[in-house]
Ligand binder design. Structure first.
Ligand SMILES: [Zn+2]
Length: 95
């Protein structure tokens, strides 16, 4: 039986407006991914599960240095929460 909740696609991720970040375990760099850009490049039906994304991504820095470049960790983020946080910080800054 097919369960619709076991695997999400990039298209679904874009619709729910959640964010995705990638962390390189080799050099400890973290970058936010542009989900809209991924949908354009890979298509909305592409899986956004880590095992599928790791085939598409590699760490540029580690590849250039000849290190392991696909030891990556993907983390989901609720984007709206981050935006609320950012607005709050901005209000504090503007006084
Ligand atoms: Zn790296």
């Amino acid at each position: 039986m097919k369960c619709p909740f076991t695997e999400d696609t990039l298209g679904q991720k874009l619709e729910t407006r959640t964010g995705l970040s990638v962390h390189c375990l080799t050099c400890k760099r973290t970058a936010m991914l542009d989900v809209a850009e991924l949908v354009r490049r890979l298509g909305p039906d592409h899986s956004c599960m880590p095992y599928a994304l790791v085939k598409v991504f590699y760490c540029r820095e580690c590849r250039a240095a000849g290190r392991e470049d696909r030891d990556l960790q993907f983390t989901n983020h609720a984007v709206w929460e981050e935006k609320q946080y950012w607005v709050r910080e901005t209000r504090i800054a503007s006084g």
